[in-house]
Design a protein around this ligand. Structure first.
Ligand code: B12
Ligand code: SF4
Ligand code: SF4
Length: 299
């Protein structure tokens, strides 16, 4: 259930077997890095919401650097050892390996989850050397179903299985060059980048520690009108070094226009009217849908 993320279907055997990617691999070492910085505080209905992982600067470089330092330590400590580092980009089923490495269990929301919650990112390295493995962690979801119940787009066909083609995190971040399908638009609420609903309700996240490696680059809420006023150049400048830059102006503005419609706030009507005439057909259509939604609500 990959939606249209082509890279996910690439080389499936290597993803499941790390030795196809690094034949000498004997051990996989994982790090978990909390990205919890702030908590959302009373957004107004003129604000859009960002997922917590989008707050720090794009995490790939930070985590790669930390793991490279760890790899350098290993090769210095054990001469002749080779190590390969990976963060998202390599063709490895990272969560599966991280689970076997004892970092946590797979929660019903499909996140890797520990007694200290799930607000962490993972990064790994493979070594051509045997190390004593940690024991896998047992499942502590019990009879809880909060994450399954809260998902506004019904993205869990069963516990622990995510249908990415229904997930707000997928639509707002990865589904860039197409409109958001109508059936999911209302469910998006005010999310403009990612979604944390199925984590925010998880009782284990009450124990989540604050990040010690990431600093805040963006707030969790951003004013929709200010975002809609950005053009591609000012957008790229404003979001340089953040994950919003990779998703790009057109897709983020599409998300902003959708959030304006869902806000039910008539103050967004002039901006939506302007975008309804935009040369980008996806933005124009989204603006018209949102205008119609506000009209219906305010009538
Ligand atoms: C593509 C991708 C997405 C896609 C699709 C996600 C998906 N589940 O398939 C989209 C865009 C939707 C997405 C969303 C998010 N993502 Co993402 N994503 C990835 C990426 C790049 C690949 C994931 C992948 O291969 N999926 C395919 C499935 C088959 O594999 P899997 O999910 O890794 O592992 C599953 C199987 O092994 C299976 N499994 C294992 N054991 C068991 C046992 C049982 C009993 C069962 C039934 C299943 C099962 O369940 C595992 C967990 O889902 C990874 C990085 C990476 N390379 O792994 C980050 C990653 C998974 N994402 C991450 C994050 C933070 C998020 C978001 C929270 C971001 C946000 N706030 O918007 C959301 C969470 C949505 C959710 N509830 O899962 C983190 C998760 C960290 C963690 N603690 O788990 C990762 C690991 C990135 C990282 N470097 O840390 N993501
Ligand atoms: S991230 Fe949001 S849309 Fe995706 S599964 Fe979780 S609650 Fe549902
Ligand atoms: S909300 Fe409940 S069911 Fe979902 S992951 Fe957390 S503990 Fe498990």
């Amino acid at each position: 259930m990959h939606a249209e993320m082509a890279y996910m279907a690439r080389d499936p055997e290597a993803r499941a077997d790390i030795k196809r990617w690094f034949p000498e691999a004997r051990t996989v070492v994982f790090g978990a890095f909390s990205y919890l910085i702030d908590s959302p505080n009373n957004p107004s209905d003129s604000d859009g919401r960002l997922a917590r992982y989008a707050q720090p600067p794009d995490y790939h470089d930070t985590l790669k650097n930390i793991m490279r330092e760890a790899a350098a330590w290993c090769t210095h400590e054990w001469p002749g050892t080779s190590a390969k580092v990976f963060v998202d980009t390599s063709p490895v089923l990272e969560r599966l390996y991280a689970r076997f490495a004892g970092l946590g269990w797979v929660g019903k929301n499909s996140m890797l989850l520990a007694r200290t919650g799930s607000y962490f990112l993972i990064a790994g390295m493979a070594l051509d050397r045997d190390l004593e493995p940690d024991a896998p962690v047992t499942d502590h979801c019990g009879s809880c179903t909060r994450c399954l119940d809260v998902c506004p787009t019904d993205a869990f066909p069963e516990p622990r299985v995510l249908d990415a083609s229904k997930c707000i995190a997928y639509f707002t971040v990865e589904h860039r060059k197409k409109p958001i399908p109508e059936e999911f638009r209302e469910g998006h609420g005010n999310w403009i980048f990612g979604c944390d609903l199925c984590q925010d309700v998880c009782p284990w996240n009450r124990f989540a520690p604050k990040s010690s490696v990431f600093e805040s680059r963006l707030p969790l809420h951003m004013n929709l009108e200010e975002l809609a006023a950005l053009d591609p150049t000012s957008f790229n400048k404003r979001f340089k070094g953040t994950p919003l830059r990779r998703t790009g102006w057109a897709a983020v503005i599409r998300n902003v226009l959708l959030a304006m419609g869902n806000s039910k706030n008539s103050r967004h009507i002039p901006t939506l009217q302007r975008y309804a005439e935009h040369e980008d057909a996806i933005l124009a259509e989204q603006a018209r849908w949102s205008l119609e939604r506000i009209d219906k609500i305010t009538a």
